[in-house]
Ligand binder design. Structure first.
Ligand SMILES: [Zn+2]
Length: 449
């Protein structure tokens, strides 16, 4: 029987670093550099988790051994001997994915340890890791695109990048500019997209801090033992620990979608890579649907929508005028049919789907002359709007007057002594509300006689 179940190599055969040999449940590693063989699960020998994501950011599947399982503030963390999972850092969010069948929700660099936070415990010593490739590729595009964008902003307006944020929807670059004219964004986009089209190589170099001066880096590097320099051709160089695409063509395109002012500085929002394409695709569908609805071409779409909007405003004005006239006619009719109580006229009316503005026109029309009391209700589905007002010389406080009646329509309301309005929910209570209003008014008026 062949005892060697599988083997694993370094990132390519030309730079073979080690081979892992699996026999039964044991895994042995032969390390060409260190010239010894050991069990990878022996933490004393494996000093640090091997960061495959730095050797090969395009590798998304890997095998690894579990070194340690930790419990960290109710979160379960796994430390591996090697990983393709990028831990959150440098503005780049953590990779997501799976270890065996268990979901990796978060990855953090804590001290020297890369901790994979998982939903459930992993009992196996050996794991198959799989990084969410689409998410990682998206952030590689965002990171590289941000370097290109920051350098383009610097070249167009001498504006420096103060901070960056890689969000789920867009990438934000905070500049030291207090204002940027929108015409400058076209220039910035042109510079950035030319760099993408030139398909310049993106090179990574680890250097000692004293070597940093040989690069024209955009921002001062962090104080670390080794500085990771990311060079975008000879266009841009900056210290960055994130993951990037291999050449600028992979970024696809950069589109500035807007800006905002934060702490007195301009923060630019951009869509980079596939996000820009998806956004174009969405907008194209919207435009095509609108053209179909408006039966016109893209070139006349805006004018056609503008025309329809103007026409609609005119039509709304005419309708309001017509409704106000109709309400005045109804008010006159209602006055003719009013119920006399003592020397007062009570005017009641039930409307359908009539807004408060028109109800008020009605109330104002009937209260033009003194000696009148009115109460109106409009029902829209199971919603009620009501108003009551009077033009009496007597001091009737309508808020107090109506309060005991409100439960009939499950209503509420408020206002001044001479005018109140409110809502209600019980449509079936309208006629009783009106009838009680009349009875109560009669008692009130006769009481004052
Ligand atoms: Zn970067």
């Amino acid at each position: 029987m062949n005892p060697w179940q599988s083997k694993r190599t370094g990132e390519n055969c030309a730079q073979l670093k080690f081979i892992d040999l699996k026999s039964e449940n044991q895994v042995y590693r032969f390390d060409f550099c260190k010239k010894f063989t050991y069990f990878p699960e022996n933490r004393a020998r494996v000093k640090m988790t091997e960061k495959i994501y730095y050797h090969n950011p395009n590798q998304f599947d890997f095998e690894a051994m579990v070194i340690k399982t930790i419990q960290n503030e109710n979160r379960l963390g796994i430390i591996l001997d090697r990983t393709c999972f990028y831990p959150q850092g440098g503005g780049q969010p953590a990779d997501h994915g799976f270890l065996n069948q268990v979901q990796v929700e978060d990855v953090q660099l804590e001290g020297e340890d890369i901790i994979h936070y998982v939903e459930t415990p992993i009992s196996e010593k050996s794991v198959q890791g799989r990084v969410d490739e689409a998410r990682r590729r998206d952030f590689m595009q965002q990171h590289t695109g941000q370097h290109i964008l920051s350098q383009s902003i610097l070249r167009v307006g001498k504006w420096n990048t103060v901070s960056v944020h890689f969000g789920d929807d867009y990438t934000a670059v905070e500049t030291d500019a207090s204002s940027i004219p929108s015409s400058k964004y076209i220039e910035v986009e042109n510079v950035a997209n030319q760099i993408i089209q030139q398909n310049l190589p993106v090179k990574i170099e680890w250097v000692n801090p004293e070597e940093v001066d040989r690069f024209q880096i955009r921002r001062p590097p962090p104080e670390v033992k080794k500085v990771r320099i990311v060079q975008v051709g000879d266009f841009d160089a900056s210290a960055c620990g994130g993951l990037h695409v291999a050449s600028t063509g992979e970024v696809g395109m950069i589109k500035i979608i807007g800006d905002e002012k934060i702490r007195g500085r301009i923060r630019i929002h951009a869509l980079i890579g596939k996000r820009a394409f998806t956004d174009y695709d969405n907008k194209l569908r919207v435009v095509q649907n609108l053209c179909q609805i408006m039966t016109c071409g893209e070139d006349t779409l805006v004018q056609k929508v503008q025309n329809i909007s103007d026409q609609l405003k005119e039509a709304q004005k005419s309708l309001q005028k017509f409704q106000a006239e109709r309400i005045s006619v109804l008010a006159q009719e209602s006055i003719n049919e009013a119920i006399p109580i003592a020397d007062v006229l009570l005017i009641q009316r039930i409307f359908e789907n009539t807004d408060n503005k028109l109800l008020k026109v009605f109330v104002d029309s009937v209260l033009e002359k003194t000696g009148r009391v009115t109460v109106v209700i409009s029902k829209s589905g199971d919603q009620l709007n009501w108003m009551a007002g009077h033009s009496l010389s007597r001091p009737i406080n309508l808020a107090k007057f109506c309060e005991p009646l409100l439960e009939l329509i499950e209503g509420r309301g408020g206002g001044k002594p001479g005018f109140i309005q409110g809502g209600g929910k019980k449509v079936s209570g309208i006629s009783q509300f009106m009838s009680e209003f009349k009875t109560k008014l009669a008692e009130e008026l006769i009481g004052h006689e």
